[in-house]
Design a protein around this ligand. Structure first.
Ligand code: ADP
Length: 384
């Protein structure tokens, strides 16, 4: 039940004539406000979760499709303007408009899959891939997961790089042992993120040599026998290149899309292109490209262009893919990776804003992908 009357009342100074703004009029005004990423109005998108009208004070509840929405400020401004304009039509010149945001990540529209969905409580599975090793794929995966969690999302991070798991170091898992409940693994819960890695289940110094079916089995078990609980996003750090694990992943789980990490050099772009083509062949959407090691930020504050800054962005453009942002080579980023303290990246304002921008653009692309009905195609690979 509404706490306040659902009309704004305008009292004449002389007479007691009143003019009211009906809730429906405010709703009509909100039909003129689009979510800029989703390209439809807030009412049609079902994002209006309440309108309260208390005399000249009008409050609008807007439910975003992700807590990391990059368009929050724009939506707030547009809602305020549209509601004030409507209030003016009813003679209320000094309406105060408050926008209250909540967020609920929407599940991707999924076609019925053969074999069902083994992770029904996970709303989005996001693969992070790269054409080659060493470009910062694990670094971006960790910071994407931690960054989305900082915005308030429920996030899991799976180390799918079963050949060379990096998460034990990058998340600082050394002091923790893996625990199981029956035949399910309990994820580590650190830095606001639930995580699982093979690196905590096998001898870390042993070379992990897997034949195709073994890699398939190991990855499948890690992904589906971990008790993730309810998640908005499950980020999967894939091995570099175009091997068995992406194929297993695409067959096993309904992927919302893949993020490609690339450094600016031409050779890295060529490999990243191959990774993009692989995902496309597997029927997986590309959410976008992140340019890592864009330039080097010296102690003198100068930016040194080592690798050809903007190369990965140009590659994204030429392939018609969204660009999700860039991160420079930053000594602190490497130090925090080695120390297993990713949250410390947010103590450095420039780094924090670069990472937040990547998280927000990725979240926006996930929301956009979710709006496309029945987009998932189960991969059928034919070898000729
Ligand atoms: P990949 O997963 O692609 O093999 P990693 O994420 O493991 O690459 O990164 C390789 C190394 O480079 C790590 O030591 C990591 O800390 C470092 N690194 C990655 N990105 C950056 C960056 N932008 N600035 C500084 N060091 C970085």
């Amino acid at each position: 039940m509404a706490l306040f009357p659902r009309c704004a009342t305008v009292r004449g100074s002389q007479s007691e004539t009143t003019m009211t703004i009906p809730e429906e009029a405010i709703r009509d005004a909100l039909r003129t406000v689009n979510d800029p990423d989703l390209g439809k109005d807030l009412v049609t998108l079902g994002m209006i979760k309440g309108i309260t009208i208390d005399d000249r004070r009008i409050s609008v509840g807007v439910e975003l499709t992700t807590p990391a929405c990059p368009m929050k400020d724009k939506i707030r401004g547009d809602v305020e303007r549209a509601v004030r304009r409507k209030a003016m039509e009813f003679g209320v010149a000094d309406a105060s408009v408050e926008v209250q945001f909540t967020a609920d990540v929407r599940r991707a529209n999924e076609k019925t899959r053969e074999g069902g969905n083994p992770l029904p409580n996970v709303k989005h599975v996001i693969a992070v891939g790269a054409g080659k090793g060493g470009v910062g794929k694990s670094t971006i995966s960790v910071n994407l997961a931690v960054g989305l969690a900082r915005f308030g999302a429920r996030v899991g991070l799976l180390d799918g790089d079963i050949y060379g798991p990096s998460l034990p170091t990058m998340l600082g898992l050394d002091a923790f042992g893996a625990t199981a409940k029956g035949n399910v693994l309990l994820p580590f819960e650190l830095h606001g993120v639930k995580s699982m890695t093979l690196g905590k289940l096998v001898d870390p110094d042993k070379a992990l040599i897997w034949r195709g079916p073994m890699a398939h089995g190991a990855f499948k078990q890690l992904a589906t026998q971990t008790e993730w609980g309810a998640l908005d996003y499950l980020i999967i750090d894939l091995p570099p290149g175009t091997g068995d694990v992406p194929l297993t992943l695409a067959q096993l789980l309904p992927l919302t899309g893949a993020v490609i990490v690339c450094t600016p050099q031409r050779v890295a772009q060529d490999d990243a292109r191959r990774a993009v083509r692989m995902f496309q062949q597997l029927g997986v959407d590309i959410l976008g490209v992140v340019e890592n090691m864009s330039y080097f930020l010296g102690d003198d504050g100068k930016e040194y262009d080592l690798f050809g800054r903007g190369g990965a962005e140009m590659m994204a453009q030429s392939m018609g893919l969204p660009f999700l942002g860039s991160v420079p080579i930053h000594m602190a980023l490497r130090q925090h990776c080695d120390a297993g303290t990713p949250l410390a990246n947010w103590d450095i304002p420039t780094l924090a804003s670069d990472l937040d921008a990547i998280c927000q653009r990725t979240a926006a692309q996930i929301s956009i992908a979710s709006m496309t009905a029945g987009r998932y195609v189960q991969p059928t690979i034919s070898v000729t």
